[in-house]
Each structure stands twice: as C-alpha cells, then as structure tokens.
Design a protein. Structure first.
Lengths: 1147, 293
C-alpha cells in the first residue's frame, strides 16, 4: 500500500516543472508497469489524467504494453459510461489509438468499443460526438476485419449523425455542426472506402425512406459528389468486401490510402493523389505497374494524352480541363522540341512509372512549409491567379505549371460552372504558353520523368528550364499539399520563424475541402456564401481578362504569406481562435473568407504577388538546386522524427502550444470581465454570445481533435511515403544499372564495329591473296598441261618403240621356234635315217637267212621224204614189244604195292605195342615210387621205434650198470665182512687181486672200446630173443655181475674174451652162457681169494665209475657218429640211397 | 583237400582284422591229422601261436622226439617209453635209490641221473646246478602234465634239448639281452650297469632253468612252446620284458643284490601280460615266423 501510495503521490509529480523529477517519475512508473501486472497503477494513471488532463499521463498510457491494455480498456469503459468523464475518456482513447498500440486488434472485442458505439448512438453532446466519431474513424482502418460485425452500428451512427448535421436536434452552435459535419464527412469517406457495397446498400435502404430524403439531398448527396465510384461496387460484393483475406495484406496506412483513392475531394485525396484524382490515378496506376518494364498501351495513352486518357477514372469536369489544356501544350512541345522530348516517349519508355509517386510524396513532405507559405496566401485563388500570370513569360513558366495542378484542387473546390471556365483558361494557356509550358504540363503529371530523364538527356539550357519546371512543380506541389514539414526551404524562401511555421503548418494541414464544403453548405444555407462567388470569380477573371496582372499576383504569395502569417499569429495571439482556424481552413479556398472575414482572404492577393515576386527565376534555380540536398535532409529529419515518436515532434509541440495558448487564453479571458470579452468579440464583428468562451473552448477541443486526427493521417501517409521512397531508391539504382549496362552495350557494339571493320580488311586481304593464288594456280596449270603434253608425246614415242621392240622380240622368238623345229626335223630325219639303215641291214640279213632257210627247207623236205619212206617201212614191229613190256611193268608194280601195305601194318602194330609198354612202364614207376614212399614211411616209423628201443636199450644198460654197481657194492660189503673175520691172511692175495683188478679194468676198457664193433653180431643173435632177453637178463644179472667181475679180475688173453665179455649183457647166446659159466666158475673159485682185496675193489669201482662218466661224456659224439651205422641193417643201407629225408631226420 | 574246404573260409581274414589265433586250433588239428606229422610245420606253428593245452603235450612229445612223426607207431613207441620208465623206476626201487616216500620230482631226477649214468651213490652229496635245473623243470612240468611217464619223458627230453641243442647259445644269451635292452631302454641298461647288476642278474634262473619256478606254469608253458619249437631267444625277450615291466622298481633299487632278489621273486600276478608282451617283443625284433600252413 505504501508503495501504491507513493506511486500515487508520484503521479502528481509527472507534470512537475523539473525535468529530472519528470524523468524519474516516468522511469519509476515504467518500471512498476513492467513488474506489476495489477490494474491499480493504470487505473490511477487514468484517474490522474481525467483529473489533470496531464500530457505525461497520456504519454504513459498511450505507450502501455500488452498485459495492461485490458485494465486500461476496462477503466476507460468504466469512465465512458459516465457522462461527465466521457469526453476526456474519448480524448484519451483517441490518444491511445493514434499511438497504434500492439494490442490494437483487441479493440474491437473490448467493451470500450461497444460502449463507444453506444455512446455515439445515444450521445447528444456534439463535442463528444465529434470526438467519438474521429476516434472511430481513426480506429476503423486498424480493425478492418473485426469491425465488420459492427457494420450496422457504424451505418446507424452515420445515419444518425448525418441527419443530426441537418436537423441539429441539440440546437448547438453551428460552429460545432461544422465540426460534426466534417467528421461525418470523414466517416462517410472511410465507410465508403472500406465497405463500399455494404455502405451503398445501407444508403440505398436508409435513404429510400421519405423521412430521410431531405437529409440525403442536403447532406449525403454533396458528400457523394466528392467520391467516385468505388471499383469494389463493380467487382466486389457485400460478402467479398468483408472477406478477411482482403484486409490481410493491408496495413493501417494502406487502408487509409485505399480510402483516399476513391475520394475526389482534393484535400481528402490529395494526400496520395497529388494534384488531381486523375493524376493520382495515373501515378497510382503506374505505381501498380511498377514491375512492368514494358509500356502498356494504357500508359501510353495515359501519358500521351495526359488527363484526357484518364478521364474514365476521374470526374469529367477535371479531365476536360486538363485534357483540353495539356494535350495541346504537349502537341506544341512535340512539334517544336526534339523528338526525344516527346512526353509520350518519355513516359512510355524512359520514365519509371513509380518515380512520380515517390517524388510526389517526397515533395509533399519537403515542401509542406512552402506549401503552407504558398497555401496560406489562399491557395485556390493564388493558384488560379498565378496561372495566367506565369503563362505569358517563359520565365514564369514553372508557376504556370504549378498553377495547372492547382486547377484540379480549385476545380474540386469549385462549382461546375467554374470548371467550364478552366478549359478555356487552359486553352488560353496552351495557346499563349511556350514550349516550356507544354513541358511543364507534362512534368506536372510525370514529374520524375522530368527530374531524371530530362536531367540526363537534355541540354544545359533545357536543364535550366527543367529546374525552373521543377521549382514550379515544387511550388505547385506545395500549393496542393498542405505539408507541415519544417524548414530549410522555408528559411531560404522567406523569413518565416519556426513558431510561425508551427502555427502555420497544422493549419495548412487542414482539409480545405471540408471547409469548402462547409462553405458550400454555408453558401446553400447562409447568405455569407455569396462571398464565395466573387472570390471564385476573382481568380478566373484575371485569367480571362488579362495575364498581365497575374505575374504580380503570382509573386505576392511569399510575402503575403509571411504577412498573413504574421496576421494570423497576431490574430491567434489576440485570442481569435476562430480566426486562426478560419485562416487555416480558408487558405486553400476562398470559402474561409466568408467565415472569418473576407479581408483576410482578400489580403492574400497582394501577398501572392509578393510571393510571386519572391520567387524569381534565380531563386527558382537556386531552389531547384537545393532540392536534392533538402530531400535527403528532410528524409533524415523525418526518420529522426519518427524515431523520436515519444519525444516532442514539432507537431506535438504545436498541439501543446495550441493547448497552452488555449489555456493562456482562458486565463486571460477569465481575468477579463465578461462584458469586456463580449466587447472584444463585438469588436471582432461576431455576435457576442454569453457562452462564447465555452463555445470557443469546445471549438478548441474540437480543433484539437481534428488536428490529432489529421496528424494521425499524416503519420500514416508518412509511413506509406517511406515505403514508396524505398522503392524509388531501388528503382533509381536499377535505372543506373540500366544506364551502365547500356553504356557497356554501346562499348561492346563499338567493339563489334571495329571488329567488323578489321574483318572486312582481313577479308579483302584474303581475297587478294586468293586472287594471287588463283593466278599462280592457273599459270602452273598451264605449265602442267604443257608438261603433260610433252609427257604424252614421249610416252607415245616410247610406246611405239616398245611395240617395235615387241615385234622384234616376237620375230626372234618365231625364228627361234623355227630354228628349233628345223633342228627337230633334222634330228628326226637323222633318227629315221639310222632306223632305215638298220632296217636295211636287217632286211639284208633276213634275206640271207631266208635264203639259208629256204635251202634248209629244201634239204629238210628231202629228208622228210626220206623218213616218211622209212616210217612206212618200220611201223608194224615196235608195237608188240611195247605191249609186253607194259604188262610186265604193271605186274611188278602191283607186287610192290602189296608189300608196302604189309610193311606199314606191321609198323603200326609195333608202335602200338611200344606205347602200351611205355604206359606199363610208367605205371610201374609210379608204383615203384609209391612203394618207395611207403618204404620211407615204414623206415621212418621203424626208425622211430628203433629210436625208442635204442633209448630203452640204453636205459636198460644204465639199469644194469646200476645193478652191477649195486651188486659190486654189496659184494664189497660181503668181502669186507668176511675179511674182517680173518683179517690176517690174504694180504698177499689182496695185492694180487689189486693187480688183477688193474688188469681187468684195462681189459674192460678195451672191451668197451671194441664192444661196439661186435654189436651187430650180438644183435643178430639176439633179435629173436629180444622179448625174453630182458627176463633172462633180470634173472641172470645176479649171476652175471659176479662173472663180469671175475672176468674183469681174471682177463683172458684170447681175443674172443673181450668179445664175449663186451657182449654178454646183450645176448643170451651160447657165448654169453659160457662166459657166465666161466664167470661163475671163476667167481666161485675166487670167492675165497678175492675177499682180501675187497677194499681194493672199492677203489677200483670208483675208478670204473669215473671211466663210465667219461664214456658218457664222449657218448654224444659216439652216438651221432657210430650209432646210426650200427643199427642200420644191410637192407636199410641199400635203401639209404633213396632216403630223401635222411638228412632232415638226422638233423 | 576236403579238409581244407571244410575250413572256415573267413580264417584268412581273421588275422587281418586283428583276431589272432581264432583258427589256430583248427589248423593245428589239421596238422595233427596228417599221417606223418610234419615236424617243421608244427615248429612254425608253435612259434607263431600259443598251443592249445589239449594238444600241447602231444606236440611237445613230437617236437622233443618222444614220439615219432608217424602216428601209427605212437602207441607202440609210447609203450616202449612207458616200459622204459617202469624199468628204471623198478631198478631204482631195487637198488633202494628211492623209497615210496621219495617225491616224484626226486624220483624223476634219480631216473634222469640213472639214465645219464651220473647217479652218485652218495645221496647226501649236494646237488649239481644241472640237477637243480632239472628239478625245477621237472617240478614245473609236473604241474603241466598229469601223467608221470609223460612228465618224466618231457622233462628229460627238455633238459636234454637244453643240454644239446642250446648248449652253445645259452651262454650267449646275457649278451643278447644287453644288446636288446640297449635298443629298448638304454636308460635302464645304464642303471643296471651303474649298479653293476647286469652281470648279476638271475641268468641261471632265466636261461638254464627256462624260468621254471620263476613264472607260474600257465604262463610258462607258452614260453616253453617257443623254446621247444626251437627258439631260445624268447628267453631273452621275456627277461627283457620283465625288466621293462618292473623298470621303475628296478631303477629305484640301487643294489645289485636287491635287484637280483627282486627278479628272482617277481610278483606272480599279471605274468600272462608280461608273457604276451614278451612274445610281441620277440616277434617285433626277430620277425614273425612264416606261417606255412
């Protein structure tokens, strides 16, 4: 709360005189606005504004950003519903809207808009109404799309207010009505421009009613005179014009200009159109066709015939005026000037269509001051007067031109009859004017052509003229357009102070048409309109009467303007706000005169003269020279001005000044007593109303509103102007590029030309060379021909020679052939000769032989005869012998054959027998083999058996040995026992026995060594007794052993003894028996004797054993070598030869 | 020829596929069917294959010459042999060289001694190494053969074979062993040489007794098959195989005596494998005898 309170407190500081404090507060509020979203601050600001009407508050409110707009609108809506605060609220709304805030599209949906409409429908206070309407008009182009739903409301408001203008139900002062009327007029334009179909249908329906008929006649109809038919009426429809797509491309200023386009009112339309709807039409049209490089027929027509061509678009009266004037002048210029300078070519070919618009706009802005200056001196009249004045002299031509554009404005303001005068005037001009005039007329329409095209192409003298023209055009432009731009020019032109300008410029900005209409209205309604007539006549009359006076009038304006301004300012200062207004309003037209006083308007005439004077040729040149610089400067200024939208622009300063002035005036008036005021007013010649001050104040408010509205429009135009300017710049740069390209093209063409020339020379040289070559060629050809001829001759000769040679050769060949043939013949003949000779010799020999043979034949024949005789004699004897012999031979032969067969049979039989015998032999052999094999088997098996038997025999031998040893051992034992019985005797015997023993052993050895040799005997003997032998052995062994011992001990000297001894174990033969007997005898006899030597026997036995062992050791060798022989019987020995397996078995 | 056709025609392929000895019995039977036994073929066969036990005694008898090649005379010869055995036995009994209580082995030894004529009267005198070998062989043979006559004859003939045919080659066998051991496992040989055990290996047991008493009879008879059929080299390989089999053990023993002790009493299990390996080793080094069947 504290903060709010402080902000509230600070709000009062906004308007503090100290700039610093103001800035601080401003800054603070802006900060708080950016941070705080609440409505309190905005509400407070609005409250404060309503209270104090503070400028700063307006500034702040109008720059409110998005989130606060709702609060502001709500607040305003709230205040709008209250009748007391309605006016300031509307004013505030106007301020805010003119700022074109970013949230302007929300306006149509805001309740404040509805309440505004409602207010306009119901309000009866004319000031509020006027303000409201202006606000509404300002708002309409911003919300073209969303505003359509309120169309009926708009139309209702229009209907109400238009009837109000006529009927004046509130019975307010007429001066207010004028304001209201103006605003209704503006609304009319706006509605017609934006929604033509709907509006027309509304008008149709609304004014078809009888009760409104009067209103239509009085109010609407005059308004309709200032508009032309909207193209939308032809092409569009009610729905189409409400189509949002139509408005999408258009910005607010576009909409404004759209509306201005269809206006015929010079003041209303002049913003965009320039001098006249026609020219504007042309320019706009050409502007539309910016992209078209080719010149359209329309353009041609338009440019060539000037306004005449554009008549269909513009009102006839103007066209007539211009068409009649301009073409004639142009015709003249065409006839007299260079062909390049024909306007048609200029506009058609070289002029960029856009430039006029741009230049125009530039000029608008540039020369607004001058316009003011010019315009203040009563434009309409001044212009009208000026034209005739300038026309006669070439120097004043620019002015004349400037007058011409002025015509439309005049004409627009004038009533029809005056228009009819215009053609005459123009005709006069055309007749009287010189070439320059013609040119100027052209330049009026197509200023850029003149500026750009002429500058580049015309001579310097012409340039001068053009400059003059430009100047003139500038002036003209100024006159038409009541621009408010500052400065430089105005300084140069006159000694106008800035304050003056400030005062003047807004006034100049006022729509003259409005006042004209006002005047028209007044003319129709009041008597004061009569003043118009003379004023209108005045410009025409001088024109018609004489041009001599005109120059003076033309020169007047500057001074007159200044003076007038001075007057104006004085008046203002005096508090004659009305006067101010009137001066401003009236300036374009004489209409103002009746309102405030004709004196003022009349006074302008001398000023115009002065103005004309102040515009000498030199000055015009100077001005023209300065224009370019000024253009730039002004642009810059403008931009700066735009940038400093929030800061005080001159216009705003003016606003403030007006307000301040009004305030000051109020104070002054308040100080003064009423009577004195009334006295003052009476002194001014007006009626002294009791509420004059109130009226004036209201008027002031109205004026202020109006001014604001106009400024808004100006801003919109400025926006548009900038855009157009940009295009102009681009176009000019393109132009320059074009020119550069053209130059290049020319250079290239030059190059081409030079190249062509060189080509020609080269071709000539080439030709020459070719000729020379041809000549040489022909010469050489001739030579060649001659040489060829020679060659042919030679050739022929050689040919002949060759043929001769051929002939010779042929001849030689023939000759040779003949020679050969001859040779052949010779050879042949020789051969034949030899043959013949041979034959001859042969035949000779044959003949001889023949002879010989013949002789032989004869001899043989004789012999033959002889033999025949002999044969016949001997034939019978020989045959008998032969037969006998043959028979004998046959018999012999048969005998031999039989003998032979017998012999062969024998042979066969014997052979058979041989075969049989052989077979038998083979069989026998096989049998033999089998037998052998069998024998072999048997032999082997027998050998096996024998082997076994052999083993057995050996074993037996060993057994017997063992037995013997045992027996001997037993004997020795017995002997020892017996010897022990008589140990004393027999020692000698023992010695003997020892000796015997020794002998026996040697004998034994000998028997053993020889025993093997006797074996066969033993075996032969023992074969039969083999089976019994073993039994016999066993039985006899006890007996034998002692005998053996005895034999050993008593060896026999005979050779048989060892045989028997050696073979005794084997056989039972009688020898063995005898030996046994002998052994027994000996042993029996020796039984007693051998006892003592028993001990000796022991030792001898040991020796024997050793011998046996040694024998056995030798045995293997004996076995292998001796045994096989021993046991082979003689048969085996015989078969030994056939024993194939012998070796293997042995192994 | 008829017999041949009766033979399994697959017999040729058994060996190729790796089944050895499938047809051995049959081929042996065929061999034995011949009227005159082909000793050489029997030798080859027995070298090549282990003999079936039912024919072993017969084959051995034939190979050792106890029976002649003619089967006709087998019975006769056998009666001779039997009588001879009886005679000797009787003689020994007569001379009281043996008693009833005397073990068969000793009887056989006495009989052998009697036959060779080396019988000493001094019964108490210590036995010769040859007699020891005979005893061992007879003892082993006794296990293999039931019949006493056969047993005596086989052992007698076997010993006689050793003493006659292999008399010269048996002493060479230790060198042969060293040679093959060097080929097979020089490291073991080195070890044996290192601990000077090579010269002290039980060669007597191995070569003179033909491992009798060293290996169980079931394994032993396979070795004797080879020995009887004419190859004493198998003894070398068997010895080498024993060394290789117990290589780790032998290497761990550094003492020559310990080695000898161990080798004299090698474990009785797994001897079949050792014998098989030995046979394989023998085949490897000496080549497989040509199968002439």
């Amino acid at each position: 709360m504290a903060q709010q309170a402080s902000s509230w407190e600070r709000l009062f500081l906004i308007d503090s005189p100290s700039l610093e404090v103001q800035e601080d507060v401003n800054k603070f509020i802006k900060d708080s606005l950016s941070t705080d979203r609440g409505p309190t601050l905005v509400n407070n600001l609005v409250d404060y504004y309503l209270e104090s009407n503070s400028e700063q508050a307006v500034l702040l409110l109008s720059t409110l950003q998005e989130p606060h707009d709702k609060h502001l609108l709500d607040k305003m809506n709230e205040y709008l519903s209250k009748s007391t605060s309605r006016l300031p609220t509307l004013t505030l709304l106007g301020h805010v809207i003119r700022r074109q805030p970013s949230w302007k599209h929300k306006l149509s949906h805001a309740p404040v808009f509805l309440s505004l409409l409602k207010c306009l429908k119901t309000e009866i206070d004319i000031i509020v109404l006027t303000t409201g309407i202006l606000v509404l008009i300002t708002m309409l182009p911003m919300i073209p799309q969303s505003g359509k739903q309120y169309l009926c409301d708009f139309f209702d408001i229009f209907g109400r207010l238009s009837s109000w203008c006529l009927k004046n139900p509130g019975h307010v002062a007429e001066i207010y009505l004028v304001h209201l009327h103006a605003s209704v007029y503006a609304l009319f334009h706006r509605l017609y421009g934006m929604y033509p179909c709907n509006f027309v249908s509304f008008l149709r329906s609304h004014y078809s009613m009888k009760e409104h008929l009067e209103t239509f006649e009085e109010v609407i109809k005059p308004m309709m005179e200032h508009v032309r038919i909207h193209p939308e009426l032809v092409t569009g429809s009610k729905d189409h014009e409400l189509d949002p797509s139509r408005w999408k491309r258009l910005e607010t200023h576009d909409v404004l200009v759209e509306c201005a386009k269809i206006s015929l009112d010079p003041s209303e339309a002049s913003y965009e159109d320039g001098y006249s709807p026609v020219s504007q039409r042309g320019s706009t049209h050409s502007w539309h066709r910016l992209a078209d490089p080719a010149v359209s027929p329309y353009m041609d027509v338009h440019s060539s015939s000037g306004s005449a061509s554009s008549t269909p678009y513009s009102t006839p009266r103007l066209n007539v005026a211009q068409a009649s004037g301009a073409p004639s002048a142009r015709l003249l210029t065409e006839s007299q000037q260079d062909c390049t300078w024909s306007p048609s070519t200029l506009c058609g070919l070289s002029t960029p269509p856009t430039s006029p618009g741009a230049i125009l706009t530039e000029t608008h802005q540039l020369f607004r001051p001058s316009c003011k200056v010019f315009g203040t001196s009563a434009i309409g009249k001044g212009m009208s007067f000026g034209t005739p004045a300038t026309s006669p002299p070439p120097a004043s031509a620019p002015l004349c031109i400037s007058d011409e554009p002025g015509h439309p404005s005049l004409a627009a303001g004038m009533v029809p009859p005056k228009k009819e005068e215009r053609p005459s005037l123009s005709r006069q001009q055309s007749v009287t004017e010189e070439l320059t005039g013609g040119i100027k007329t052209v330049s009026l329409h197509e200023l850029p052509e003149v500026i750009e095209g002429l500058i580049s192409e015309q001579d310097s003298s012409e340039k001068d003229k053009e400059e003059g023209i430009r100047k003139g055009t500038f002036v003209a432009v100024c006159t038409e357009q009541s621009g408010r731009v500052p400065a430089a020019i105005s300084k140069e032109l006159s000694e106008i102070t800035t304050t003056d300008r400030e005062h003047v410029s807004p006034r100049g900005g006022f729509d003259s048409p409005f006042y004209k209409k006002e005047e028209n209205l007044k003319k129709s309604h009041s008597a004061s309109s009569a003043g118009q007539e003379p004023s209108m006549d005045q410009p025409t009359t001088p024109l018609l009467d004489g041009s001599g006076d005109m120059p003076k009038q033309a020169f007047t304006p500057i001074e007159s303007a200044s003076k007038y301004r001075g007057d104006g300012t004085a008046e203002c200062q005096e508090g004659a706000g009305v006067l101010e207004m009137t001066t401003e309003i009236v300036t374009p037209s004489p209409c103002k005169i009746p309102i405030e006083g004709k004196v003022v308007s009349n006074n302008t005439f001398p000023y115009e003269h002065l103005f004309e004077l102040a515009f000498p040729k030199t000055a015009s040149v100077f001005v023209s020279r300065k224009t370019d610089d000024l253009l730039k400067k002004v642009k810059r200024n403008e931009q700066e001005g735009e940038e400093r939208a929030t800061s005080l622009s001159p216009a705003e300063v003016l606003d403030r000044l007006i307000q301040l002035g009004a305030d000051a005036h109020d104070k002054e008036l308040n100080k003064l007593s009423l009577p004195s005021k009334s006295a003052d007013w009476t002194h001014f010649g007006g009626s002294p109303p009791s509420d004059e001050i109130h009226t004036l104040r209201n008027q002031l408010i109205l004026l202020h509103n109006q001014v604001l509205y106009e400024r808004f429009k100006r801003q919109q135009h400025a926006l548009r102007n900038r855009r157009l300017l940009r295009k102009v710049i681009r176009v000019s740069s393109l132009e320059e590029q074009n020119a550069a390209m053209k130059d290049q093209l020319k250079l290239q063409e030059m190059d081409i030309q030079s190249l062509k020339a060189s080509l020609h020379t080269e071709q000539a040289r080439c030709q020459q060379l070719q000729d020379e070559r041809n000549a040489e060629v022909t010469h050489l050809h001739g030579q060649i021909r001659q040489l060829q001829h020679d060659r042919e001759e030679f050739y022929n000769q050689s040919q002949e020679l060759q043929t001769k040679l051929e002939d010779c050769r042929n001849m030689i060949a023939e000759l040779r052939l003949e020679l050969k043939q001859a040779n052949n013949k010779v050879c042949h003949t020789e051969l034949r000769l030899s043959q013949v000779s041979q034959k001859l010799s042969n035949s000779e020999s044959v003949q001889q032989q023949m002879e010989f043979l013949n002789r032989q034949l004869l001899v043989l024949g004789e012999v033959n005869e002889l033999y025949l005789e002999q044969l016949q004699h001997k034939h019978t004897n020989t045959t008998k012998e032969m037969e006998v012999l043959q028979a004998a031979c046959r018999k012999d032969l048969e005998r031999a054959l039989t003998c032979l067969s017998q012999q062969s049979q024998r042979l066969e039989s014997s052979q058979k027998r041989i075969i049989e015998v052989e077979a038998q032999l083979a069989k026998k052999e096989i049998l033999l083999l089998e037998q052998k094999k069998y024998l072999e088997d048997v032999k082997i098996s027998a050998r096996g058996q024998l082997q076994a038997l052999e083993d057995r025999y050996k074993a037996q031998k060993r057994i017997t040995q063992a037995f013997e040893m045992k027996i001997l051992a037993l004997y020795s034992q017995m002997e020892r026992e017996s010897w022990l019985r008589n140990p004393s005797e027999e020692t000698a015997e023992v010695a003997e026995a020892m000796e015997e023993r020794m002998d026996s052993t040697t004998a034994l050895v000998s028997t053993f060594s020889s025993g093997h040799g006797e074996e066969p005997y033993g075996r032969n003997g023992g074969n039969n007794t083999c089976g019994s032998g073993s039994n016999g052995n066993e039985l006899t062994t006890p007996e034998r052993l002692p005998s053996h011992c005895q034999e050993v001990s008593v060896p026999e000297p005979s050779s048989r003894v060892p045989l028997t001894v050696g073979s005794y174990p084997n056989s039972n033969s009688f020898l063995g028996m005898r030996a046994r007997e002998l052994f027994r005898n000996k042993s029996e006899s020796q039984c007693d004797e051998t006892l003592p030597i028993h001990s000796l026997f022991q030792t001898s036995k040991a020796e024997l054993c050793k011998e046996v062992s040694s024998e056995t050791k030798i045995a293997p060798g004996l076995d292998t070598s001796i045994l096989p022989e021993s046991h082979q019987d003689p048969r085996a020995g015989q078969l030994h030869i056939m024993d194939y397996n012998e070796t293997t078995q042995q192994n | 020829m008829v017999e041949d056709s009766q033979r399994n025609f697959r017999s040729v392929y058994y060996e190729k596929v790796g089944f050895r000895g499938v047809e051995e019995k049959k081929s042996l039977e065929i061999l034995l069917k011949d009227d005159r036994l082909d000793v050489e073929k029997l030798c080859t066969f027995s070298q090549r294959f282990p003999l079936p036990s039912m024919y072993r005694v017969l084959v051995w008898k034939v190979l050792l010459g106890i029976l002649p090649p003619h089967r006709e005379s087998h019975a006769l010869v056998m009666t001779y042999r039997k009588e001879q055995y009886q005679d000797i036995l009787h003689a020994l009994q007569v001379i009281h060289a043996i008693q009833d209580s005397t073990p068969k082995v000793n009887i056989h030894l006495q009989m052998h001694l009697l036959e060779t004529g080396k019988r000493s009267h001094n019964l108490t005198s210590p036995l010769d190494p040859e007699d020891e070998a005979f005893l061992a062989i007879t003892k082993a043979m006794e296990e293999m053969v039931d019949n006493d006559v056969d047993c005596y004859w086989l052992s007698r003939s076997f010993v006689r074979l050793l003493n006659t045919k292999y008399r010269d080659s048996l002493p060479q066998l230790p060198k042969v062993l060293e040679h093959y051991l060097n080929l097979e496992d020089s490291r073991l040989l080195c070890h044996l040489k290192m601990c000077s055990a090579l010269s002290r290996l039980p060669y007597d047991l191995w070569f003179n007794r033909c491992f009798a008493g060293c290996l169980p009879e079931s394994s032993l008879q396979r070795i004797w098959d080879k020995v009887i059929s004419g190859s004493c080299k198998i003894l070398v390989f068997l010895a080498m195989e024993i060394l290789l089999t117990y290589k780790m053990k032998i290497i761990s023993l550094n003492n020559a005596e310990a080695v000898r002790d161990f080798l004299e009493n090698i474990p009785q299990e797994n001897t079949d494998a050792v014998v098989s390996k030995a046979v394989a080793l023998w085949h490897k080094h000496c080549g497989t005898p040509v199968h002439s069947v």
